[in-house]
Write a protein that binds this ligand. Structure first.
Ligand SMILES: [Zn+2]
Length: 322
């Protein structure tokens, strides 16, 4: 009874603050979209497959994997087990039913599995935003004398060269060590009529163990961010790119993790002001941890920087052709 009351209270709580989603039966969904559904033996995990992609969903968690790249769902996968007995048979059969939030179907699963329905225009102009600058130094590694604002500018310049060689028109929000507000950066992208916006950052954490790469897209309207932030936001124009943002973030995260062999911290969503007012798909990439001793030493090297920009460029080519 107490459990039922607490569930009712949670439903009421979600409803009252406006953050909730309906849930969809995964088996019915997979039939509707002609996906092959395979339950992994002795686990609470299911695979959904089409000709191109494999999606792995696990009960009671938001962590999903598309072609082995981690993508955080907005809500955990639900599982219910029903038991039944075949006519007059002594054995009782257990059957597992999985459900997934409708918002995750609409804005994550379908855009990645069926990307041709997501992109509405060709990709030609790319705006790269080297995070921080001027007085905003970002994070730093004092021992290695690396400041985030310097390294993002270096990476951005390398990436611009690479993308220009591939035929894209590329602009940087800053070419020097200057101050820029977050709003100025997205406004610049809109003025240049960008087709893609990439904000480059390096990460830090209180734990010296944290390492790897994560790619952020803007949170879905009226749904929590990956860190649980449920703040209502006034930005609504960004949401017409929710699906495209997911695809772009996933392609980038996938290429970075497979080509750089780094820890996959997943595609996440956050309410980043620099992404909020964009008129095009945009993501924020945390390209590695300056607070991790080994990773920071590696990040500094020419070979890491070269692999990093190659992976991002390859991801953009995939996104463009998807
Ligand atoms: Zn940063």
């Amino acid at each position: 009874m107490i459990r039922r009351l607490s569930v009712l209270f949670l439903v009421w709580l979600y409803g009252s603050v406006g953050f909730c989603s309906s849930f969809v039966d995964i088996e019915s969904f997979s039939k509707r979209y002609h996906l092959k559904m395979v339950q992994r033996a002795n686990t609470d995990e299911v695979y959904l497959k089409n000709e191109k992609h494999t999606l792995l969903l696990s009960a009671k968690t938001k962590e999903a994997f598309v072609d082995n790249t981690k993508v955080f769902l907005t809500y955990p996968i639900n599982i219910n087990t029903t038991t039944h007995r075949k006519h007059k048979a002594a054995t009782i059969f257990a059957r597992k039913h999985y459900t997934i939030a409708q918002v995750d179907i609409d804005k994550i699963v379908l855009p990645i599995l069926f990307p041709n329905k997501t992109l509405s225009r060709p990709v030609k102009t790319i705006v790269i935003d080297p995070g921080h600058g001027g007085k905003a130094e970002g994070t730093q590694n004092k021992q290695l004398r690396i400041k985030e604002k310097d390294l993002t500018l270096k990476t951005a310049k390398l990436l611009a060269e690479k993308l220009k060689r591939l035929g894209y028109v590329v602009y940087l929000t800053r070419n020097q060590d200057v101050d820029l507000t977050l709003e100025q950066r997205s406004l610049f992208a809109n003025q240049k009529k960008a087709d893609i916006f990439l904000s480059l950052h390096y990460n830090s954490a209180p734990s010296a163990q944290a390492q790897g790469i994560e790619t952020f897209a803007y949170s879905f309207h009226r749904h929590p961010s990956t860190d649980g932030n449920c703040k209502h936001d006034k930005h609504v124009s960004v949401h017409k790119f929710d699906g495209a943002n997911t695809c772009l973030a996933w392609q980038i995260q996938r290429k970075l993790c497979t080509e750089l062999h780094v820890n996959d911290r997943g595609v996440r969503r956050g309410r980043m002001a620099v992404l909020a007012d964009l008129n095009c798909p945009g993501v924020l990439i945390e390209c590695g941890f300056l607070s991790h001793k080994t990773e920071a030493s590696r990040i500094k090297t020419e070979s890491y920087q070269k692999s990093l920009v190659n992976a991002i460029a390859n991801a953009i080519q995939c996104f463009k052709n998807s």
